[in-house]
Design a binder for this molecule. Structure first.
Ligand code: DAH
Length: 356
């Protein structure tokens, strides 16, 4: 029995891995293992022999099981130590540089414009992008048969048969926010409303989604002169240089009188420079808010009057930062975004400077 014991203890000590150990376990103490077979022979022995051999075999079985367990733990520790040696990590190394995202020019310009108008006492108002056709058209003095409805290339929301809610549209301009702001706050009021607008149109200067900023100032004696001053202040601050403006008589259903505003610019080698030269570039629509518009928003036109304007934000960004194609704004091309984007901490303020 001592030979048997020594044979297995040596083999266990020399086992190279867990698989080898398992083979040894089966050979020694498995159902048909050497020691198990010997235990079966106990039945054939005399009671005296059995009294000696029984405990001895049991002790041997225990010793071998103990040796197997010890070796198994030792093999596990060794494997772990081996892994720890190869898988170590130097956590003091600097991390890999990762590219940071950038602020889209539309977001940057929206912040710039908002900062300038905030400085002149305009608060920010918002409205839904899915708008009902009353706010988008009727309330702005654009009745159903008015040609402006067709001109706007409106996206209409789908209605299932039997759905009798009023027609909804993707707002074609930010002007409905005028109505919502006046309904909420009444007069006097001074707000701007930046946001997305939608029209079914696509070429180098048009995308089906683009951005506008609406302006609205209503009080007892606001005039076109105030409008002109506010816009000139705005352009000077925005472009960082004094900019001549030209007001051209125009027509919008929601203003009377109405004016389109051009800014002075020059064209050199196909690039436009604002604030110099003999050319003019149209940048916004404006006018004195039509009495019908005030009335539909619950403001008494005999008591209140004021101006409104609508600027294309994307157009402003193209002009200020020399971006030639509007469509690229919405392509999500990383090369474009890295080139024209702004650092996240480059927040525009009037005192800190509006741009790079
Ligand atoms: N809503 C007009 C458009 O999208 C722009 C506009 C013109 C807005 C005159 C105004 C305004 O507030 O007074 O083309």
């Amino acid at each position: 029995m001592d030979d048997l014991k020594q044979k297995y203890l040596d083999a266990i000590a020399g086992a190279a891995d867990e698989a080898a150990l398992e083979t040894l376990r089966v050979q020694a103490v498995g159902k048909k293992g050497e020691i198990s077979l010997k235990m079966r022979e106990l039945g054939k022995m005399t009671p005296e022999e059995r009294q000696v051999m029984g405990p001895a075999l049991n002790a041997l079985k225990d010793q071998i099981n103990d040796a197997l367990a010890l070796k198994k733990a030792a093999l596990g520790d060794a494997a772990l130590n081996e892994r720890l040696k190869t898988e170590w990590l130097d956590i003091t190394l600097p991390s890999r540089p990762r590219r940071q995202g950038s602020i889209h020019p539309v977001s940057q310009v929206t912040e710039e414009v908002t900062a300038i108008f905030a400085d002149m006492g305009f608060a920010v108002a918002e409205g839904p992008q899915v708008e009902d056709d009353w706010h988008n058209f009727d309330a702005l003095n654009i009745p159903p048969e008015h040609p402006a409805r067709q001109e706007h290339d409106t996206f209409y929301m789908h209605r299932a048969a039997g759905d009798n809610r009023p027609p909804h549209v993707l707002r074609t301009h930010t002007s409905p926010v005028q109505i919502r702001a006046m309904q909420d706050q009444g007069a006097p009021i001074r707000v701007i409303a930046p946001g997305r607008v939608y029209r079914c149109d696509y070429d180098q200067t048009h995308t089906p989604m683009f951005h506008q900023i609406e302006g609205l100032a209503i009080d007892r004696d606001i005039s076109m002169a105030n409008l002109k001053w506010v816009l000139e202040e705005f352009f000077t601050a925005f472009f960082g240089t004094s900019v001549k403006t030209r007001f051209r008589a125009s027509h919008f259903p929601f203003t009377e009188p109405s004016a389109e505003v051009d800014i002075q610019c020059s064209w050199q080698d196909g690039t436009v420079k604002v604030g110099e030269g003999n050319d003019w570039l149209e940048v916004l629509g404006s006018g004195m808010v039509h009495p019908n518009v005030l009335r539909s928003a619950g403001v008494d036109p005999d008591e209140w009057q004021g101006f409104a304007f609508g600027i294309g934000i994307d157009r402003l960004a193209m002009l200020k930062y020399g971006i030639p194609d509007l469509r690229a704004f919405f392509d999500s091309d990383l090369r474009w975004l890295r080139h024209y984007g702004f650092a996240a901490l480059d927040m525009p303020t009037l005192h800190g400077g509006l741009s790079r």
